[in-house]
Design a protein around this ligand. Structure first.
Ligand SMILES: O=P(O)(O)OC[C@H]1O[C@H](OP(=O)(O)OP(=O)(O)O)[C@H](O)[C@@H]1O
Ligand SMILES: Nc1ncnc2[nH]cnc12
Length: 182
């Protein structure tokens, strides 16, 4: 475990693990217990804000839990909130991106007119596992002309390789908390 991760042992202790959800063999890292803790939630957001490098115009959060982080980070960073939604939810014209799930595929979308090319976008989500969702979000943001240099997560499951894959895509990926195994 890195020194950085050890610094966040207080937050890690607020995350509950539910075995065999949503299917046998998955250790579900449940952040709802951290969200319920006023000091823990405020501390998590403060530490994520402190880890942001450089100015950003928009914080992009991935539906659904990522929305909480995008909204909370945007206010202190004086940035806007960009909702990356599951396909079919946005009312205006959209740009979409497909990505692979364990079984089948899914699609995420943003409004085509959400930002002008060259906008500096920070990607956030509650958790990165395989990285399939976050990498698709980066592809989508790039397709729309965004500059994406950094992605932040509360939780990383490092053995699933998602954060390393994002780094290989040229994104500076970081998380406050690491859970070995998955
Ligand atoms: O790195 P990956 O393997 O792609 O997995 C990570 C994604 O999985 C979870 O979302 P989920 O799809 O469960 O949606 P939810 O937030 O709506 O529950 C999590 O919030 C990430 O978005
Ligand atoms: N193990 C896990 N716990 C919580 N959310 C997840 N999303 C993907 N894998 C997860």
């Amino acid at each position: 475990m890195s020194d950085f991760a050890e610094q966040n042992a207080d937050l890690k202790a607020l995350i509950r693990t539910i075995p065999d959800f949503p299917k046998p063999g998955i250790q579900f890292r449940d952040i709802t217990t951290l969200l319920l803790d006023p000091h823990g939630w405020a501390t998590a957001i403060e530490r994520m804000v402190a880890a942001v490098s450089g100015p950003v115009d928009l914080i992009a959060g991935i539906e659904a839990r990522g929305f909480l982080f995008a909204a909370a980070l945007a206010a202190p960073l004086k940035a806007g909130v960009l909702l990356i939604r599951k396909d079919g939810k946005l009312p205006g014209a959209t740009i979409a991106e497909d990505y692979a799930l364990e079984y089948g595929t899914d699609r995420i979308a943003i409004h085509a007119d959400a930002f002008a090319p060259g906008a500096r976008v920070l990607l956030v989500d509650d958790l990165i596992a395989t990285g399939g969702t976050a990498r698709a979000a980066v592809r989508l943001l790039h397709k729309a002309g965004a500059i994406v240099t950094q992605a932040q997560f509360l939780v990383d499951l490092p053995e699933l390789g998602g954060a390393d894959a994002l780094r290989s895509d040229g994104i500076e990926a970081s998380a406050l908390i690491h859970f070995p195994g998955h």
